[in-house]
Ligand binder design. Structure first.
Ligand SMILES: *Cc1c(COP(=O)(O)O)cnc(C)c1O
Length: 379
């Protein structure tokens, strides 16, 4: 490697080893795929329709889609999907097919929703209403009911968070369904943004219930978050009927233009499929369990030194009051107003957590005013 490459590589490696505040797993190694870097792989168009361009990994892409469909209790005959460029594209796709199903619907989503959704709604020009969140980041059902009641003449699109970015809060599908029944809403669509939790929930006991057996219309998951990938990617799954509504044939590449982008990444499906095969369901469960245990440990250790840390259920996200700038920079901690979080993804070690705890202890002694009185109440 020439100097600049070495320099960039070292900088990135250092940053990758140090961060604690983002939901990006790092227990992967894809060096074995190096030979693929000499080929222009392109999964252009629909994963189920071959194109005249055949340098693709669509067969593997379909295996990945079927795997996610099955772990989310869907029937591959009724569910269609593709590997996206990330959770944002999957959410855009869900909202897009929802709009085609119900062009005059209103989209309901909570104020804790990922920042990209506002942009997606703007691109799609969809009327929408932001619903208040509860203290833990979950949607406020009373506020949702009040808003829905005013618009009973319009179809409703529910954009649900299965794990919010900041606190990993889950909007409860059964409560949403109860509201739909109570208000007799006939035309509705349910999209689940499971960017992080979609690759965890199926592998843990008592995970959130949001899959296709519960009647959702679409689910978006990020591939580079809990699974881990050197290139951002994701998977989106939708009921086939929704995909069929937007399918147009294009003669240039002789495939169906059912995806958001044209040329598509064919490398990431290889990574995802390899990871799933190597770990197996058992390995994926162990990984999730290890992360939950590390999160429990992190919460406990913070509480021991007087920090009012908390988690939603068995979340991997430990929320605590925003520490000083030096700690935020050192551990790359994402913050939102008065709170910060550590996300215990695979690849983060107990030693790193212990180092953070030591630094926090110092921080409390030196910046006591930043912690107490604490605006955050433990619930
Ligand atoms: C990260 C995240 C997204 C966006 O996913 P990308 O893969 O970064 O595009 C969407 N929603 C939630 C809840 C997220 O945490």
């Amino acid at each position: 490697m020439s100097d600049w490459k070495q320099e960039v590589f070292e900088k990135m490696t250092k940053a990758s080893n140090a961060f604690l505040g983002y939901p990006l797993a790092k227990d992967f190694s894809y060096e074995k795929f190096a030979p693929f870097l000499n080929i222009c792989i392109n999964n252009v168009g629909d994963p189920e329709c071959p194109s005249t361009l055949t340098i693709d990994s669509k067969e593997i892409e379909r295996k990945c889609v079927d795997f996610f469909t099955e772990i989310l209790n869907g029937d591959p005959k009724k569910i269609w999907g593709y590997i996206t460029s990330g959770g944002t594209e999957g959410n855009l796709y869900g909202l897009y097919v929802a709009r085609e199903a119900f062009p005059n619907a209103i989209v309901y989503y909570s104020e804790s929703t990922h920042y990209s959704v506002k942009k997606n709604l703007h691109l799609l020009k969809q009327p929408n209403i932001v619903i208040r969140s509860q203290e833990n980041g979950e949607i406020d059902y009373e506020d949702l009911e009040a808003s829905l009641s005013f618009r009973r003449d319009r179809p409703a699109i529910f954009f649900l968070n299965i794990g919010t970015t900041m606190t990993e809060a889950v909007d409860k599908l059964d409560k949403i369904k109860a509201l739909i029944r109570k208000l007799a809403i006939k035309d509705f669509y349910i999209h689940c943004d499971a960017a992080f939790l979609g690759a965890i929930a199926p592998f843990v006991d008592n995970g959130p219930k949001f899959d296709f057996s519960h009647g959702v219309d679409s689910i978006s998951i990020s591939g580079h978050k809990f699974l881990g990938s050197p290139i951002p990617c994701g998977v989106v799954l939708v009921k086939r009927s929704h995909r069929d509504r937007v399918a147009h044939s294009v003669s240039y590449v002789d495939t169906l233009d059912t995806t958001i982008s044209g040329s598509r990444n064919g490398l990431c499906p290889l990574f995802i499929w390899d990871f799933i095969q190597e770990k197996g369901i058992k390995g994926l469960k162990e990984r999730a369990k290890y992360s939950q245990e590390l999160a429990r440990y992190t919460e406990q250790e913070m509480k021991k030194i007087g920090i009012p840390a908390w988690r939603n259920n068995e979340a991997l996200t430990v929320v605590f009051p925003k520490p000083s700038k030096s700690i935020r920079t050192k551990f790359q901690l994402a913050c939102d107003e008065s709170i910060a979080h550590v996300i215990c993804v695979p690849g983060i070690t107990k030693e790193q957590i212990d180092e953070l705890i030591l630094d926090l202890k110092d921080d409390i002694n030196n910046h006591e005013d930043e912690y107490f009185p604490n605006p955050y109440v433990i619930t």
